[in-house]
Design a protein around this ligand. Structure first.
Ligand code: SAH
Length: 396
């Protein structure tokens, strides 16, 4: 008999609605005969079956639910079915070009809580965000090798959330040779060098793929300031679409060196002083004081709010950079502004921009609303997966 987790009276609703997270506070009794990482049966206070999930007592999210069909405990066949379903979507939607890059598995959204798999051309990068997902390691690697025949599989489980699962960070080859310094991919017809070993996240911000294309469509004939550029994603697209000049700003020198490479391998060289290793908050103030102007500004900052308690502070940060950026735009200029803080919703983000516009004394029109690319889907039962929002604004 499988170990059983019993819920407190009246606490089964969200689990029955297929939300995959079961918090410690909803649980009346934990099993004694299960190790952390094991699959358990979840029942309500009357003993009625609710779902199967994997257990981790170290985490506030004590069970992640996997299957709601009694008698269909998640096994290897279950895992393979979910992997197939996830990869089939990317394959049908994006094809499988040799140099392509996409998120193949997006954790909870693909029914595989805690597991991320990204593809960069022939290389796969895996993140295990939870203890339970680490248990899938061997069958996962076997499936990936058999079905996708990669050149190598690399682990980038160096993410802070693992601490909440009681796990150390870990990186290194999972299978195959060590990866090259940079893997070259093609996105939107542009070449990018991706550092899957040392880059941020798994190496590239795949979630912004469609937004880079949309923002580029406003760039022809414009002077573009790409803030928080990382390896130059928005800047490469902008220059290729006919921006007259592109400046890239990031506090990371490594990111900027790759940004420069990426511009050059696309035949879009820019002068050295167009790569600014600077703090965006400071630089925008300097530009304000000097009366510097641009035609299009991209703001794609890192996550400012990691928890509900940080939302207010995050909003002050968003307001600050957006107010400054609006002030730097020539009349009719375009602001492409993003937030990847899940805790800051679309409505709140728009409110923050309204405050920024009032402070900047500018009338601002939203001309386009953006979100994460379709290889980062959101289950209706798990809206938390929708974290990226963007607005393209015309600043009058
Ligand atoms: N737009 C990028 C992704 C941006 S990720 C793309 O399309 O690929 C956020 C970036 O902001 C990171 O590269 C990080 O190094 C940088 N960053 C974080 N805080 C910063 C700050 N205060 N000033 C400048 N850059 C910053």
């Amino acid at each position: 008999m499988m170990p059983t987790v019993t819920l407190k009276p009246g606490r089964a609703k969200s689990a029955l609605q297929r939300h995959p997270w079961l918090f410690r506070g909803a649980i009346a009794r934990l099993p004694e005969d299960a190790a952390d990482g094991d699959v358990v049966r979840v029942v309500d206070e009357s003993g009625a079956f609710v779902a199967y999930g994997y257990l981790n007592r170290a985490s506030q999210i004590t069970v992640r639910l996997l299957s709601w069909e009694e008698g269909e405990a998640p096994d290897e066949a279950w895992l393979f079915r979910h992997l197939e379903q996830a990869v089939a979507w990317r394959r049908s939607r994006l094809g499988w070009p040799a140099e392509g890059a996409s998120r193949l598995v997006y954790a909870e959204s693909d029914g595989l809580p805690g597991l991320v798999v990204d593809r960069y051309a022939g290389w796969l990068v895996v993140q295990f965000l939870t203890l339970g997902s680490e248990r899938w390691r061997d069958p996962l690697l076997a499936w990936l090798r058999r079905e996708l025949a990669p050149e190598g599989i690399y682990e980038r489980s160096d993410v802070d959330v693992r601490e909440k699962e009681g796990l150390p960070q870990r990186t290194g080859p999972l299978w195959g040779p060590p990866p090259p310094t940079c893997v070259e991919i093609v996105e939107g017809g542009h070449r990018f060098r991706v550092d899957i070993v040392g880059g941020q996240k798994t190496g590239f911000y795949l979630d912004q793929r469609l937004n880079r294309q949309r923002v580029a469509s406003y760039c022809r004939g414009r002077e573009v300031l790409n803030c928080f550029s990382y390896t130059g994603g928005f800047g490469v697209y902008a220059a290729a679409e006919g921006a007259t000049q592109v400046w890239q700003v990031d506090e990371s020198g490594d990111a900027l060196r790759l940004a420069r490479d990426n511009m050059e391998i696309n035949g879009l060289p820019a002068p050295a002083d167009h790569y600014l290793e600077r703090d965006v908050f400071q630089l925008l103030r300097e530009y304000r004081d000097r009366g510097r102007r641009f035609d299009l500004i991209v703001l794609d900052p890192p996550k400012f709010a990691f928890a509900q308690s940080q939302v207010e502070r995050a909003c002050r940060g968003y307001k600050d950079i957006n107010r400054l950026a609006m002030g730097l735009l020539r009349p009719g200029g375009i602001l492409a502004t993003f937030s990847c803080s899940g805790a800051v919703g679309q409505e709140l983000f728009q409110k923050v921009l309204f405050g920024a516009a009032l402070d900047a004394h500018r009338d601002v029109q939203i001309v386009e609303t953006l979100t994460q690319a379709e290889d980062h889907p959101t289950l209706l039962s798990f809206p938390e997966a929708a974290y990226l929002k963007g607005l393209v604004c015309r600043v009058l």
